[in-house]
Design a protein around this ligand. Structure first.
Ligand code: FUB
Length: 314
């Protein structure tokens, strides 16, 4: 991602974005990037920061895809929970999408307190509300939530068991049923995730489970992406260190994925809108709701620990 090359062109009505530098998505603002590999293609499921944003008042979701990490396709709008469900009222934030038995399940937070699930036969939607109500909420039995109940992240283990991790400050986890739109197990509260604030991401490599997440703001410094490891998916986890230092945005949110022989960290910054946390003036604070997705390679040490990621910038 070193040389600046950013060209947008139109091919047969679909927008192809050539991006070899950060941020990779410049057509519209995007944040909270969940990257997932389905088949030969990497799909990006970010949240969508609006040009007119007055807060984190996001309304809909767009998807992007690539087969080479250089050329990105804008797959268009795939879901608008505020108009396409009869229960979501505001704030559609960081989503996730996983595949099971040929269907794609899209998990999305709304209203700072509900997690919904939508489904499609295609990774690029359109997604439809699967159950007509939230899958789980801050006041569901067993949930512990003393702040926002947001940022769903689904992990499917090698034995096929799917887990939904979710929450802010307190990390809740439930086992999803095979239908992916219900759960029946007790709620697990995950221990050992030091300084966890939000943006949970779960992955597994060589038999070890990794939880990575955004820490809280500290002493005026922006949040970092830190991680913890365990031999068991439900922990307890042990803190390992920082993967990504504070970015220009006042929020930090990422995903980690392997694609075509390399590992990547997707994250967001506010570089494109020229915002740098903390805000200098009230006017400056206004543009913090316009973030853009970036990506850099991620490297592991021989013992499985993760090397800090060096951000590449324009
Ligand atoms: O984008 C809205 C919220 O900001 C996300 O849900 C959090 O993770 C933070 O990035």
């Amino acid at each position: 991602m070193k040389k600046t090359l950013l060209i947008a062109l139109t091919i047969l009505g679909t927008e192809a974005i050539l991006a070899q530098n950060n941020p990779i998505i410049t057509k519209r603002y995007s944040a909270d990037p969940t990257a997932r590999v389905f088949g030969n293609t990497l799909y990006l499921y970010p949240s969508h920061d609006r040009n007119e944003a007055k807060w984190w008042d996001m309304e809909d979701y767009y998807v992007y895809s690539t087969t080479d990490m250089k050329k990105w396709k804008d797959c268009g709008k795939v879901f608008s929970p505020l108009t396409e469900t009869n229960w979501a009222k505001k704030f559609v934030w960081a989503p996730d999408c996983v595949q099971r038995d040929g269907k794609y399940y899209f998990y999305f937070p709304t209203d700072q307190k509900h997690i919904g699930v939508a489904v499609s036969n295609s990774p690029t939607g359109p997604f439809k509300d699967a159950i007509g109500k939230p899958l789980i909420s801050e006041d569901s039995p067993g949930i512990i939530s003393n702040r926002d109940f947001i940022d769903p992240s689904v992990f499917i283990d090698d034995n096929g068991q799917a887990y939904l991790f979710v929450g802010q400050i307190v990390l809740n986890c439930v086992k999803l049923n095979k239908d992916m739109v219900s759960y029946s197990d007790p709620v697990h509260i995950i221990e050992g995730v030091d300084d966890f604030f939000e943006a949970i991401w779960v992955h597994k490599r060589k038999g070890k489970y990794y939880l990575s997440y955004s820490t809280a703001h500290k002493n005026g410094q922006g949040p970092q992406i830190a991680y913890a490891m365990s031999d068991k998916v439900l922990g307890p986890y042990k803190y390992q260190g920082v993967i990504l230092d504070a970015v220009s945005s006042g929020t930090n949110h990422h995903s980690i994925v392997d694609f075509k022989g390399k590992s990547y960290l997707f994250y967001h910054t506010s570089d494109l809108s020229n915002y740098r946390f903390p805000a200098g003036t009230p006017d400056h604070a206004f543009i913090q709701w316009r973030r853009s997705v970036c990506v850099d390679e991620l490297h592991y040490n021989a013992d499985g620990t993760i090397q800090p990621v060096i951000m590449t910038v324009n």
